[in-house]
Write a protein that binds this ligand. Structure first.
Ligand SMILES: *Cc1c(COP(=O)(O)O)cnc(C)c1O
Length: 386
């Protein structure tokens, strides 16, 4: 492993000393020629795998045709992607932007404009992004404290605690109730169907918009296009980003048709939002997410969870589809490094949780390979008995 760069970057990331130059499928190749099995997937981004032929061809073709025209006009890839997303959602209007945090900003602004109310209810342990609005609804004090004061009017409830959600919605009714169907960065914690149903009822009773942040859970990651499809609750607002264009920057807010009349020209905007190249790639991604692939995501996710449960030092396994977390009896960071040394990329999500988000088209044999490497890394990273 080598890191040849001393580049003048602000140190917002603790970068590992490895430089990647190419990728194919579930594999990345470093500048020293070494191959790495990629179970980080660009943090739940590269769903179709690196350099997927159809997504690559779609982006190439659009690069040769038109890069940018502006949202003052129509472009075909944006219109086609909006059609596909609306159909998949079951009737929605779309706002395009370039990242997850931007999609959350759009959702917060939309909820305030649509309801005329300031309040937002979000969850402890959540992650919604790093811009001021998105950070304001992120329930992790360590990420927030240095940047206060944040947006006023935000209250936090406990995940899967209906009473605490009711309490957070009491008093002035909120503009929206925002949650991830499965908390990703927060440690891979799924909302229970009962909690989601209670949130939907509360939203209806209070006139708040139910908003699902599907930036990590969406685009097939959990084994359905939207996670909510298998959880029995349809939100009024949904955000997507990470996996939508297989690695090109894109984000979007979907607003259910029934409540989609709040924004007017001038209310919100994004210069690059709906970029033709990103949208062309995203159309190819959506076309590639067949029912067969989504089924295989659920099957391989179960295989991964089962394999993890048998590894030394794994205290609990959690997940939905190929958004999988293994809670360890030790800090995850050391295990993440030990895996990297052995040619496997994984990420951590919170102190003791290793998160696995491989490409959705990962092969069963690659899942076995990853489990073997992780097992080795855990075996020689045993915490000494206290
Ligand atoms: C990654 C993530 C975001 C932020 O997305 P960015 O593109 O990094 O701004 C927001 N919400 C969830 C659930 C995420 O996983």
């Amino acid at each position: 492993m080598s890191s040849v760069f001393e580049a003048p970057l602000l140190p917002t990331y603790a970068r590992a000393p490895v430089t990647f130059e190419s990728g194919e499928g579930s594999w990345l190749v470093a500048d020293d020629g070494r191959r790495y099995l990629d179970f980080a997937g660009g943090i739940a981004v590269v769903g179709l795998g690196h350099c997927h032929p159809a997504a690559t061809a779609a982006a190439h073709a659009q690069l040769d045709r038109l890069w940018h025209a502006s949202n003052l006009y129509w472009t075909r890839p944006m219109a086609e992607l909006a059609e596909r997303l609306s159909t998949r959602f079951g009737g929605a209007k779309v706002f395009f932007c370039n990242s997850g945090a931007e999609a959350i900003e759009a959702a917060l602004k939309y909820a305030r404009k649509a309801t005329g109310r300031p309040g937002i209810v979000a969850l402890e342990g959540s992650f919604h992004g790093r811009t001021f609005g998105a950070l304001s609804v992120t329930g992790q004090p360590a990420k927030r404290t240095a940047f206060e004061p944040l947006l006023p009017g935000v209250s936090f409830a406990q995940l899967n605690d209906v009473d605490s959600l009711r309490a957070a919605c009491a008093g002035e009714p909120p503009a929206c109730i925002l949650m991830e169907p499965v908390q990703g960065e927060g440690g891979v914690h799924a909302a229970t169907p009962e909690f989601l149903a209670a949130a939907a009822t509360l939203a209806e009773d209070t006139g708040a918009l139910l908003a699902f942040d599907e930036i990590q859970t969406g685009v097939g990651r959990t084994g359905s296009f939207f996670a909510f499809e298998q959880l029995g609750v349809r939100p009024a607002l949904a955000t997507l980003a990470k996996g939508l264009a297989n690695g090109l920057p894109i984000g979007c807010l979907l607003v259910a048709d029934a409540v989609a009349d709040a924004f007017e020209p001038g209310d919100h905007a994004s210069t690059f939002g709906g970029n033709p190249v990103a949208c062309a790639a995203a159309c190819a991604v959506m076309d590639a997410l067949t029912d067969e692939l989504l089924t295989s995501v659920r099957v391989l996710g179960a295989q991964l969870v089962e394999g993890l449960a048998g590894l030394p030092g794994v205290v609990e396994t959690r997940g939905l589809g190929l958004l999988v977390g293994a809670e360890l009896d030790r800090p995850a960071a050391d295990v993440v490094s030990a895996c990297l040394e052995r040619g496997l990329l994984v990420t951590s999500a919170g102190g003791n949780v290793v998160r696995l988000t491989p490409p959705l088209m990962v092969a069963a044999g690659e899942v076995e390979q990853a489990l073997a490497i992780l097992g080795e890394a855990l075996a020689c990273n045993e915490t000494p008995p206290a």
